[in-house]
Every structure is written in C-alpha cells, then in structure tokens.
Design a binder for this molecule. Structure first.
Ligand code: HEM
Length: 197
C-alpha cells in the first residue's frame, strides 16, 4: 500500500460484492429487462424516493462540517423521483426504510459515495427504460436519465476530490463500512418490492 492509498479504489473494491448483490434484487434486475412494465418501474421509483428521503438527511447531518460535500446533497435525486412518481400517477410510500448507522463523517462519506455513484449506473439504466417504456426526462424518466453526461461527470469529479482530499482525515475501514451499510439498507428495502408486472 502507498502512504495515501486511493480512497475511491478502496471503496470500489470493498463494495464490489454489495453492488453485485443489489443488482440481483428482483425488482432492480427487471429494470434492465425489455418487458419491464410501467407498474413495476413505478414501484421501484416509489421505493427509491422513500429511501433517498430517509437517508439523505442523516448523511447531510453527519457531513455538516464539510460544505463541499453538502453541495452534492442538493436534493436533485429526490426532486427527480417526486416528479417521476407524480408523472406516473403514483403516491409516495408511507413506510420508512431502515437507514444505515453512520456514526461519523467518514462513514457518511461512504454513504455519499453510494448515493452519488448510483447516478453512474443510472445513465445505463436510463437507456434501457427509455427503450422498454418510452420514458424520458420530465416524462417519468428524470431519476435515471435527468442528469446530462456533463453534469454527471462534474458531480462525480467533485465527489472524488472530496474523497481524496488528504486534509480530511479518513479512516478507510469506516469509509467502506458506511458504504456497505448503505447498500445493505437499500437492498433490504428494495427486496420487499415485487418484481412481477
Ligand atoms: C439494476 C441496478 C443497477 C445497475 C444495472 C447498475 C449499473 C452500474 C454501472 C454500469 C456502473 C458503472 C458506470 C460507469 O462506470 O460509468 C455502476 C456504478 C455504480 N453504481 Fe450501480 N447499478 C445498479 C444499481 C445501483 C444501486 C441501487 C446503487 C446504489 C444506490 C448503485 C451504486 C453504484 C455506485 C456507487 C457506482 C460507482 C462505482 C465506482 O465507479 O466506484 N448502483 N452501476
């Protein structure tokens, strides 16, 4: 290991299994299928909205000392989800998902990596749901497809800068633990959602 191992590389390797596992959640796996139905898609968005609404405030609270990280928690995913859910004629979930325990700033940065990183995969998913359902940004497809490539890249660059800023003390195990807990809570929450039509 170098003196300053890349924190992003650490997060990637330590969450690879969690990401692979979440892709097997039945309702999420169906997102990629050509026969995805609007009802199944809508249930996913309703679930994701509940998760973001529950988890973002706790991440933001822990990241208060880091204003540049708070810039990423600007509510854009929740706004897009609310727009999509309304466009599709659904109502937000009343149940609240379990949220990850994030005891410090470092673990909250791990959680931020998960929330922000989902935009990367989102661009891949956006192409699939545009093909299967014909949704588009502003017309039910804002959550997965609402960020331009430039915006997605700019946000990711900012996240990496924050993570790799050596002035911020980061304990690698706590970083990975915060990310894995976030994946685990989301996975548990989304596994309740039926995948069928
Ligand atoms: C069917 C579900 C999913 C698919 C198909 C998927 C697909 C992908 C793909 C293709 C990438 C790489 C994008 C790139 O390098 O440009 C990616 C990255 C990522 N995804 Fe997912 N994803 C899914 C679900 C999720 C979920 C639910 C989350 C968390 C909320 C998530 C978090 C991440 C993270 C953190 C990265 C960044 C990894 C890195 O580069 O360090 N993904 N995903």
């Amino acid at each position: 290991m170098t003196e300053h191992p890349s924190r992003l590389a650490h997060l990637r390797s330590q969450t690879r299994a969690a990401h692979a596992s979440i892709e097997t959640v039945p309702c999420l796996a169906r997102l990629m299928a050509p026969d995805l139905t609007s009802a199944a898609y809508t249930r996913i968005l309703v679930g994701m909205l509940a998760f973001h609404a529950a988890v973002e405030p706790i991440i933001a609270e822990a990241l208060e000392p880091l204003p540049e990280a708070l810039m990423l928690l600007d509510g854009h995913q929740q706004r897009a989800l609310r727009d999509d859910v309304a466009f599709l004629g659904a109502v937000p979930e009343r149940l609240r998902p379990d949220v990850p325990v994030l005891p410090n700033l470092t673990s909250a940065l791990g959680a931020l990596y998960v929330v922000e990183g989902s935009n990367l995969g989102g661009r891949v998913i956006a192409r699939r749901v545009a093909a299967s359902l014909g949704v588009a940004p502003g017309e039910g497809g804002s959550f997965y497809g609402g960020l331009s490539a430039e915006m997605a890249r700019a946000r990711w660059t900012l996240l990496v800068q924050i993570l790799e800023d050596q002035r911020v003390e980061i304990e690698l195990d706590a970083l990975a633990e915060g990310a894995r807990r976030t994946f685990a809570c989301l996975e548990q929450w989304m596994r309740r959602i039926p995948a069928e039509a």
